[in-house]
Design a protein around this ligand. Sequence first.
Ligand code: ADP
Length: 268
Amino acid sequence: MSNAIDISGLNCAYGENTVLKDIGFSVKSGELFIIIGPNGSGKTSLLKTISGNLKFEEGTIKIFGRHINEFSRKSLARSVALVPQNVPTDFPFTVKELVLMGRSPYLGILGLPEKEDFEIAEQSLAFTGAEHLSSRKLDQLSGGERQLVFIARAVCQQTGIILLDEPTASLDLSHQVNIMDLMEKLVEMKGLTVVMVSHDINLAAMYADTLLLLKNGNVISIGTPEDVLTFKVLEEAYGCTIIVDESPLGKVPRITPVPQKYIGGITS
Ligand code: ADP
């Protein structure tokens, strides 16, 4: 299968501060690819470079084999959709209007949506299970509902790749699983490539086809959850004591960070 994303020799800086250092990896078409790593390791910056929202100094990013610099803004938006972190919700828009904005890369010079655009927006809301929210105002939604709606906008953009920055952050357990099940559905039913950042390593272990562990702008490890989630690699990356055993679900690693008060009990 061809690659959705190929990155090599990528360096990216904010002024003097280099935050991505000689990064290289590939994302296969149709996989669920999850980026993990400590705070400040460059995860958000990496998503921003892939979505064309952050310029990089050196290296190459190819989207479906084509250099990212060859895309116009509009054509990149037809290939890559981004669901950012902390999405603003103080717009005076309804859910339906927001989702329809996913059609912007396809609209003509007047920017007027046509019948087909309205239909695609409705289908996207239905696919994400958010059609009942269609007439609601954005600022009246719960955190979980808001995430669904922004994912619906990305689906409405009809790209081959969807990037999401911590889509499960601050959601309760059932909403976390709901969002992750939806990620899987995007891959399996729509054949999309999903690249997401997650702080929840256990959730990532249960769903990822491939995991990438970043630290200080470097790729520390990449592979299946079993390959990446070893206690040695995790302890080095996160700088705390970690137990890795098998999840009750079967061949999936389960990660338990060990509180200081238990550490003597484990080592003695
Ligand atoms: P992560 O998503 O892993 O927490 P980020 O990509 O947000 O990491 O940040 C990586 C580094 O880049 C951090 O040191 C952060 O302080 C810095 N950084 C992020 N955004 C900016 C910005 N807009 N301007 C300057 N530095 C930034």
